[in-house]
Design a binder for this molecule. Structure first.
Ligand SMILES: C[S@@+](CC[C@H](N)C(=O)[O-])C[C@H]1O[C@@H](n2cnc3c(N)ncnc32)[C@H](O)[C@@H]1O
Length: 332
């Protein structure tokens, strides 16, 4: 909690044996102000064979079969605004229009719209496992020249050392084996390329934690860093993001709570060796338990549609001045 308070919406870096420390703001040469002892309790991970209710590829497929109809109108305004997106993409250093960029789990193309502000759309590929989400991306004029393909984040159809930037926003939470997806990010990047994974952060408030655990993966910040490092990335950094009406509060978790980046310093495949995929998507499943999981997962997801509404109303009612350090420290 104290760690959160000192670094809200700021960049933090992982320092071995010290844990997460804030990065000095751009153009400031000051040393990080707070050093926090390591608390590497990687508690929210589960074996890939025991995913949460929508953390399974078939469940995610059906979940997005329906959510894609309203996704841009329901999810983005509450959780993933244009301001947040631009802030989250900043560490990806998209400074050259000629860069080859892949947007993995690109869905309806909301994040891709942020990418094509900097990069020629002809050089951008959107990959997603949901044809229904991709159909929405196809309808966007600014994305007409992007390549749009169906595929799996854990098994990318791109050659090793082939892209300059790997971006994935709000998708890691559905991957049964996130480490495998990040290892793939490493493989497809060229030497010096940057991976930028934007994703949720784990809630601390008990009710939010309960629903988060039912729905999908809400990793802890330490977990992202661990996955990046194990995959072989260097210069791993984490930047905190959030809708402005949350005022830095992170106790309910955030669906888009951080942007994690790492640089590929050695070409070729990731040094990490993983066995075969634990999840077998072709294995027949009991339709009743499938429906029940989908239903419970969807109910849990609905809770996180309500949280930003509650936070927004609170932001309208409680004057900013009366919000002292308390909310900043995640107590409200
Ligand atoms: C919350 S949406 C994010 C969409 C988009 N990146 C954005 O910023 O709005 C998550 C997306 O990840 C996709 N997804 C989930 N699991 C996936 C997987 N294993 N491989 C590829 N895409 C996946 C879903 O189909 C969905 O479109």
């Amino acid at each position: 909690m104290s760690m959160a308070s000192s670094m809200l919406n700021g960049a933090v870096a992982f320092v071995p044996r010290l844990g997460l420390v804030p990065l000095a703001a751009k153009n400031q040469k000051q040393r990080p102000a707070t050093l926090t002892p390591a608390r590497c309790s990687l508690s929210s991970s589960r074996p890939a064979s025991q995913p949460r209710f929508i953390q399974h590829k078939q469940e995610a497929f059906w979940f997005y079969r329906f959510l894609s109809i309203v996704y841009d109108h329901v999810i983005n305004p509450g959780h993933w605004t244009e301001d947040m997106r631009d802030e989250a993409l900043e560490p990806a250093e998209l400074y050259d229009a000629r860069m080859k960029v892949v947007d993995v789990g690109g869905g309806t193309g909301f994040t891709t719209l942020g990418i094509v502000k900097h990069v020629d759309p002809k050089n951008v590929t959107i990959l997603d496992q949901s044809p229904h989400q991709l159909e929405k991306a196809r309808q966007k004029e600014a994305l007409k020249e992007c390549t749009i393909i169906e595929g799996d984040a854990e098994d990318l159809p791109f050659p090793t050392d082939s892209v300059d930037r790997y971006v994935s926003a709000g998708s890691i939470e559905y991957w049964p084996d996130p480490q495998r997806g990040i290892k793939e990010a490493y493989r497809v990047l060229k030497l010096g390329g940057i991976a930028c994974v934007i994703g949720p952060v784990y809630p601390t408030f008990w009710l939010s934690r309960f629903f988060a655990d039912l729905w999908m993966l809400f990793p802890k910040e330490e977990e992202y860093i661990e996955w990046f490092k194990k995959a072989g990335f260097k210069d791993v950094k984490i930047k905190r993001i959030g809708p402005k009406w949350y005022r830095g509060v992170r106790r309910h978790g955030l669906i888009m709570g951080c942007s994690v980046t790492g640089v590929k310093r050695v070409s070729g495949d990731s040094p990490l060796q993983l066995g075969p995929k634990a999840e077998d998507v072709k294995k027949p499943i009991n339709p009743f338990s499938f429906l029940l999981r989908l239903l419970v997962g969807t109910i849990a997801a609905s809770y996180f549609v309500l949280v930003p509404i509650y936070m927004w109303i609170k932001d309208q009612i409680v004057p900013k001045a009366s919000v002292s350090g308390a909310s900043q420290f995640g107590w409200l």
